[in-house]
Write a protein that binds this ligand. Sequence first.
Ligand SMILES: [Ca+2]
Ligand SMILES: [Ca+2]
Length: 67
Amino acid sequence: MTEAELRALFDEIDTDGDGRINIVELAEGIKAEGGQGHLAEEVKKAMEADANHDGVLDFEEFRTLLK
Ligand SMILES: [Ca+2]
Ligand SMILES: [Ca+2]
């Protein structure tokens, strides 16, 4: 995935546009992407990318997640 694609996906999931993906946006995003498996599990797994433990994913953390 290119930097531009990553940014586009991030903006798509970040529905309130504050530059951070919270847990609600994340769950909606996973649903929209048709993520397999249990939604709560997917969200939990994704939140492991929250390196600074502030409860939201910034672009850097999101990038790490999809790498
Ligand atoms: Ca947001
Ligand atoms: Ca974070």
